[in-house]
Structures are given as C-alpha cells and as structure tokens.
Design a protein around this ligand. Structure first.
Ligand SMILES: Nc1ncnc2c1ncn2[C@@H]1O[C@H](COP(=O)(O)OP(=O)(O)OP(=O)(O)O)[C@@H](O)[C@H]1O
Ligand SMILES: [Mg+2]
Length: 266
C-alpha cells in the first residue's frame, strides 16, 4: 500500500479525472485525496453537489489548526464512493479559496498522516490529486512523501514542452530533499507522440497511456453513471499493475543492505 501522487504542468491534462478513474477501479482499498490547492471539483462535478454540508480537506485543516484533531476527525470527512463498503473513499478538496490558506501550512502534517494510512488496519492506498505544480501552495511535502509520482500530460508538443520544464523543477527539488530516486513516471492521456519517443525526449519512463474517452471523462467530470467496462476505467484498473511493480522494486531497494550496494535490476 502506498501514496500515489498525480501532478501536472499546465493545461488541465486530466489529473482529477484520472485520479477518480483510478479510485473507482482500484482493486485495493483506496482514499482519493483532492489536495489541489486551486480547489477540488469531484463533489460538485461527479457527485453532482450531493452532500448535506461542508466536508473535506478544508474542514479537516480548520479542525487541525484549532484542536489538533486530524486523527479523530479524518474518517468523518470522507465520502464513500461505493457506499456502504468504505473501500473507495474521497477526501473532497477545498471549495472556498479562503480555506486554501488553512490547508497550505498543513501539507507536511497531511503527508505524515497519509503515510500512516498505508500502514493502517485495514491499510489504504492514498491517491493524491496534487493539481498543477507551479500554483501557489503546491503540496510539496505530499509529492516528496509519495512512493510513486505520476506526472500527467497530454502527448502533444505544447504539453510536452511544459512538462519537460516542470520535470526539471521536480527533479531538482527531489534531489535537494533526498527523495528516493525512481518515484517519478510519466502518465500520458490521449493520442499524440509515441511512448518511446516521449520517454526518450523527456528522459523519464512512461508508465502507461490512458485512452481519449470523452464519454467516460464527461461522466467523471460532470456526473452520471460510470460503467466499469469503459476504456478509461479499464485502463485505470490496468495501471495498478505497473504501479504495483514500481512499488515492489522500490520496497526491494529499500530493503537491500546499503553495504552490499543496490543491484542494477532494482
Ligand atoms: N482520458 C480522457 N479522455 C477524454 N477527456 C478527458 C480525459 N481525461 C480528462 N478529460 C477531460 O479533460 C478536461 C480536464 O480534465 P480534469 O479536470 O481532470 O483535468 P485536470 O488536469 O485535473 O485540470 P486542472 O489542473 O484544471 O484541475 C475535462 O473536461 C475532462 O472531462
Ligand atoms: Mg484537477
């Protein structure tokens, strides 16, 4: 179980849609945390605004700053996407921009808490929508704490040039903060340049390409009934395989005694 962060450079490539598609199709228990400082959109979009009162990250942050009650308040701020099973849970993002001010100083606290969830009983994967990298209040501590960081990008040239610049920023920050290497991967959305070509140009492996599936994406963005067999959901479910393989390699690296050096295969 792990923290899997999704982030983009610019141009709304589909971070939120992809994160939601994964949360709805993941085999393991999962919390989807909308930590985009620019605001969450799943409550108003996919869930059609259906909720009795304010709930989510903003409320949690206010409570934590006032009473230090994150550990006890967390579970009551979640929305069950697959009620009543509590296997696919959503932590809605901030809606009121005024709440972002309370959330931003707590990114490290949330990162530590999410790290605990992956080791909880039962354990949960945490998929984190980190939004765009260069906005004010980027959740850096969450990106640094993640076991896998998926950089979501469209595969057309203008998107790729923005993504290339952003990768440099991420790599510099991770080196400065001694983040375990190998957590970063590209995740392509829609048609465009080939995987091999992009991976070579950006010098980063492509973990997968999600299909252009406007019908499913429309439901995930605006609400409606989503079918498990749709291409986007199938691809999101299949993404769990390379993500799992990456996590296994990372665990093997971390378990390998430093004195023996790490084999190339890891
Ligand atoms: N795989 C896809 N196929 C077709 N359309 C998609 C796909 N993924 C996302 N979209 C569409 O692209 C638009 C942007 O998606 P989304 O809001 O998920 O992007 P984002 O990266 O989270 O944007 P922002 O940075 O503004 O939060 C939406 O209209 C969504 O329906
Ligand atoms: Mg988004």
């Amino acid at each position: 179980m792990a923290i899997i962060a999704l982030v983009s450079a610019k141009g709304s490539p589909g971070v939120t849609t992809t994160a939601l598609a994964c949360a709805l199709s993941w085999h393991r228990r999962v919390v989807l945390a909308e930590c985009d400082p620019a605001g969450g959109s799943i409550l108003a979009g996919y869930l059609g605004g259906a909720l009795d009162g304010p709930r989510g990250l903003g409320e949690l942050a206010v409570g934590e700053l006032r009473d230090g009650n994150l550990d006890t308040a967390f579970w009551s701020q979640l929305v069950d996407l697959d009620a009543p099973r509590r296997e696919r849970l959503l932590l809605p993002g901030v809606v009121d921009p005024a709440q972002a001010g309370s959330v931003i100083p707590l990114w490290q606290r949330f990162a530590d808490f999410f790290t605990g969830l992956e080791r909880g009983d039962p354990p949960y994967d945490v998929i984190v929508d980190c939004g765009r990298l260069h906005v004010v209040g980027t959740p850096w501590p969450l990106l640094r704490a993640a076991s896998v960081v998926l950089v979501v990008t469209r595969a057309q040239l203008p998107d790729l040039s923005g993504t290339r610049a952003m990768l440099k920023t991420l790599e510099r920050d991770f080196a400065e903060h001694r983040v375990e290497p190998g957590t970063l991967r590209l995740l392509l959305v829609g048609d465009g340049h080939g995987k091999g070509e992009i991976s070579k140009a950006l010098q980063l492996p492509v973990i997968a390409r999600l299909p252009h599936d406007p019908r499913t994406a429309g439901v995930l963005s605006l609400g409606g009934t989503v079918r498990a067999g749709r291409p986007l959901l199938r691809a999101a479910r299949e993404l769990e395989v390379p993500v799992g393989a990456l996590l296994d390699r990372r665990r093997a690296r971390l378990a390998w005694p430093v004195s023996q050096g790490v084999p190339d295969a890891l």
